[in-house]
Design a protein around this ligand. Sequence first.
Ligand code: USQ
Length: 382
Amino acid sequence: MRILILGGDGYLGWPTAMHLSARGHEVVVVDNYLRRQMVTEAGSDSLTPVLNLAQRAQAWKEVSGKEIGVHLFDLCAYEPLNNLIKEFRPESIVHYGQIPSAPYSMQDRIHATFTQTNNIVNNLNVVFSIIENDIDCHLVKLGTMGEYGCPNIDIEEGYIEIEHKGRKDTLPFPKLPHSWYHASKVADSTNIHFATRVYGLRATDLNQGVVYGVHTPETRLDDRLLSRYDYDEQFGTALNRFCVQAVIGHPLTVYGQGGQTRGFLNINDTLACIELAILNPADRGEMRVYNQFTESFSIMQLAEEVQRAAKTLGLDVEIGQFENPRTEAAEHYYNPTHTKLVDLGLKPTLLSDDLVTDNLSTLLKYKDRVILDGIAPRTTWK
Ligand code: USQ
């Protein structure tokens, strides 16, 4: 299948490109290195050394004999995107190419408007290019579990049947986004849903939880194929950050009492989910929504897991307590449904001491690259 991956330089974009290329698909990636610039702006860098896309595509060719096409441009510029889609005629587009950070978006008006403009405009460009070129292309869009927030009822997979004043309908599940970033993803979902109803677009919105892990089978083949691994307060996510903190002896940055609960998944399960979504395309006019995570944990449970696993490597880890910089519920009900990807064949990789230990062992190799200044929480919600 011809697959276009937008955001191919990212933490998930690059491993996805190799995963799909290894399975015989024709893969082309696009990026503009914005993530690299934003992490630099945050005073940090990827823990893993990451080559540029052309170098990694070359390394992949040497290792696997397969080609990944590379294009560098901003998805907010319609012309290069539209030319590429016209020429390559992708059968699937995997859209990761957005600003992914809640704290980045919460810094101030400039970062909030940039996040929303970048994400919403580039998503609309993708949608319009598929429609205007009249190609039968399935859009696989990365959404987030944070679109739903933490309502005091079970979260459904995208839609809920509502009975109201004696009438019934199935409608998009209500959204309570956690940040300006998460709100940009809500807007994308609304826009994609509209495009499916009006133009017959076929789309899958993957509401992904928090991803963790450093390696995939392909990144293990050669150090030149590593993906980025962020651990700073803006672009690092909870479990990945805790693992880096454990290897450098920094107290784990649990915000508040750590009672916040979220859905998590291993990076390898992200790749499996994307492949399942691609191989089972939505119908024309349909926006399918899958809740893409495998298990839920409170932040304190994660910190305790990292502490326990680190002990087996002889690392004594302290669980710190940091005033929560975010406006979010300290304790809350959290029970989202997540059965659709399992029904399609996902075999979840569940969190275990062995998985965390394996992660920590890899990170130990790069601990001298850690930039300490970026770790402590700085970005507040108010
Ligand atoms: N947290 C800590 N300490 C830390 C970092 C985070 O206690 O050092 C807490 C936060 O307060 C929050 C939870 O961990 O309650 C998750 O925070 P996060 O930074 O790991 O994840 P989040 O900001 O929600 O965003 C990340 C990705 C985003 C994706 C989202 C999925 O950056 O792209 O959409 O996870 S979800 O969380 O399900 O919305």
